[in-house]
Design a protein around this ligand. Structure first.
Ligand code: FEO
Ligand code: CA
Ligand code: CA
Length: 643
């Protein structure tokens, strides 16, 4: 395992690829029989994909011919004309819409901070007073006095950009690591619109940075467990910091949920003689980090010295965005895995239900149901501390069920251990291995939930990190899935706490121009066509009209399998008809992720993450400027409500 590690250049690899390079997986037996069954569109579709999603060349062509109607603006449920794919180094929005940059990596949130310096790319001190890097999930909250407060995740950082002023393009000094840790976490700040322009309100009492060093509390079943104790915190209840916060959630009681995703890549070991446990390996913790070098200056990240520290990450963190003095709470009851987002729904019974994806190849989809009930204005302290976790099982017949994770159903000894080693518990109940569950979004008007399954090159080829087989079939129908799909499900009797559900695929992404021919699943479903094709759906959010906003984090080569798709983008889907229309194209090499609306819903805020991260883009300032992750605001020129 260690022999080739020096060959691994994590700058060139995705998180998943890096994790698999340091922990190679065996090829698994072929699943050709099952794949063949899945490839038979007729068989695959029977009873599973109804109505809008009939497949086949004929229906695909019909779909293409009705796309991009010429008089679409402000008519029907799509109040915009589709934009064409492109590979430009800017943001493209529909005719009649306009965009602006609200905040960029390194912009100070306080007047004592200094403006971003492109020569040095900042210091630890300047970064601690500034907007973090690689913004992802976000939400806007109403504060007293009609004020707007934005909470934004700063997921990770690109070393070649952050340390571009260093000859190695890596952290070289202690202050570089301080800067890197401060670029992670959350940025919370007031925003205000003046003469049409959205700006950060510097020095607002709401402004706050939460970083990889901020104190937080571990709560729920795992809090205080032996596996969470360290020399620095023998109570197992006080941890420091949050990092790799990917998607988000928001609760009906006004708090923000930041979801810790690829937490593993920050840990390394200085002692090759100390083996790494199978539990840590399941989460991708290895001897080597991704190159952020945190362990060099902080023993918490050296697992040979602090072996339990990785058990204190991988949670959903609840933050009160309107109280800068509040302590963030790590909610262990929601499980420990590579959390994407946390979609909170209140069931008719009043129970709080949280849907969550674990974004890694062949991992699972989860649901949490609170023990207590939510009442507006009531006590919410334990709603995310006491409850039951479930993992999803999808059957090939279009039905599915939630499998409870308890000491009785798994081989784990206690609920605390289930909350720490959640992946092992879900493997024990034989939940369905998925094609990287990303964001989950709940329809605002009915009990119907959507999850983006972004892609999975290992589908039908390799097991997940726990050795579970990943046969093609059900909601993951394609072997070596390159394009991704969006699965949706309807809880039995419309009850989010019910054990059963029915599922279908809202869309199977694909390339109908490159892959033609009847029965070719790579062409995608009927609602994918030459006017709207895309790959790797990731961010999902509903607007108040029940339209689904889809953001992508995929391949932007515009070649081969991805020819014609251009840069990463944002599309809008209509759950009622299946129609999908492209709303926005992002700049070069970015991922489009994170979405929230202004209080009057006339502005949509969108995240542009890691533009130019391979060195070929300079968004948003253009020229030869340093590319910087940004939050942009999109409005209509006529000032109308967007969503
Ligand atoms: Fe941070 Fe799964 O994307
Ligand atoms: Ca994502
Ligand atoms: Ca992603």
């Amino acid at each position: 395992m260690g022999a080739r590690m020096s060959d691994v250049d994590s700058n060139e690899l995705s998180f998943d690829e890096f994790d698999e390079a340091v922990s190679p997986r065996p090829d698994e037996a072929e699943f050709d029989a099952i794949v063949d069954e899945a490839l038979s569109r007729r068989g695959f579709l029977g009873g599973v994909l109804g109505g809008v999603l009939s497949f086949g060349t004929t229906s695909f062509l019909m779909g293409a011919s009705v796309m991009v109607p010429s008089t679409a603006l402000a008519k029907g449920r799509f109040a915009f004309q589709a934009v064409a794919a492109n590979s430009d180094d800017t943001v493209t929005v529909p005719k009649g819409y306009t965009w602006q940059t609200v905040v960029k990596w390194g912009d100070p949130l306080w007047s004592k901070g200094v403006a971003f310096d492109p020569e040095t790319r900042g210091t630890g001190e300047s970064q601690e007073l500034a907007f973090g890097d690689n913004n992802d999930g976000m939400a806007l909250f109403a504060a007293p006095g009609g004020k707007s407060v934005m909470a934004v995740n700063n997921e990770y950082t690109n070393r070649s950009i952050m340390y571009g002023a260093r000859s190695t393009k890596l952290p070289e000094q202690q202050d570089d690591v301080r800067k890197g840790k401060a670029a992670h976490g959350l940025s919370i700040f007031e925003v205000k619109q003046n003469g049409g322009a959205w700006r950060v309100v510097k020095d607002s009492t709401f402004n706050r940075r939460i970083t990889a060093d901020s104190p937080m509390q571990l709560t729920g079943p795992a809090a205080g467990h032996d596996l969470l104790t360290t020399d620095a915190d023998p109570t197992g209840r006080q941890s420091l910091g949050t990092w790799n916060n990917c998607g988000n959630g928001r609760t009906p009681w006004g708090t923000y949920l930041a979801c810790e995703e690829n937490f593993n890549g920050y840990f390394s070991s200085n002692d090759p003689a100390k083996p790494i446990s199978k539990e840590l390996r399941r989460y991708g913790v290895s001897m080597k980090d991704w190159g952020y070098g945190w362990a060099k200056y902080d023993a918490r990240f050296d697992i040979s010295k602090t072996p339990n520290e990785p058990n204190r990450a991988g949670y959903v963190v609840e933050v009160d965005p309107l109280d800068p003095k509040s302590t963030p709470m790590k909610r262990t009851a929601l499980g420990r895995f590579k959390h994407e987002n946390a979609e909170v729904v209140v069931a008719e019974s009043g129970h709080v239900v949280v849907y969550m994806g674990d974004d890694e190849r062949g991992e699972f989809l989860y649901r949490y149901v609170s023990e207590g009930k939510y009442t507006p204005g009531g006590n919410t302290t334990d709603l995310l501390n006491k409850g039951t976790l479930y993992a999803a099982k999808f059957n090939a017949d279009g039905k599915g069920e939630w499998l409870a994770l308890t000491p009785d159903t798994t081989d784990l000894a206690s609920q605390a251990e289930i909350c720490i080693h959640t992946r092992l518990a879900a493997s024990a109940v034989k939940a369905t291995t998925m094609d990287r569950p990303e964001w989950v979004a709940s329809h605002p008007g009915k009990a119907e939930i959507y999850c983006a399954l972004t892609n999975n090159k290992n589908r039908g080829r390799k097991p997940n990190a726990g050795g579970d087989a990943t046969p093609a079939g059900g909601p993951n129908p394609r072997k070596a899935n390159k394009y991704g799909q969006i699965v949706r499900w309807r809880p039995a009797a419309g009850d989010h706490t019910a054990a059963g559900f029915e599922w279908d695929l809202f869309v199977l992404a694909g390339n109908p121009v490159v892959h033609t021919g009847d029965g070719n699943l790579k062409a995608g479903s009927k609602n994918v066509n030459a006017g709207n094709f895309f790959n790797a759906p990731d961010g999902l959010s509903f607007d108040q009209n029940g339209m689904l906003w889809i953001q992508t984090d995929g391949k932007y080569t515009n070649k081969g399998d991805f020819a014609g798709m251009g840069n990463n983008q944002m599309l809008v889907g209509d759950p009622e008809t299946g129609e999908i229309r492209r709303f926005m194209v992002g700049p070069k090499e970015c991922e489009v992720t994170g979405l929230t609306f202004s209080l009057d819903r006339r502005t949509i805020f969108v995240g542009i993450q890691h533009p130019g991260d391979k060195g070929r883009g300079n968004f948003p300032e253009g020229g030869n400027s340093v590319p910087r992750s940004s939050v942009i605001a999109i409005t209509r020129e006529d000032g109308a409500v967007i969503g």
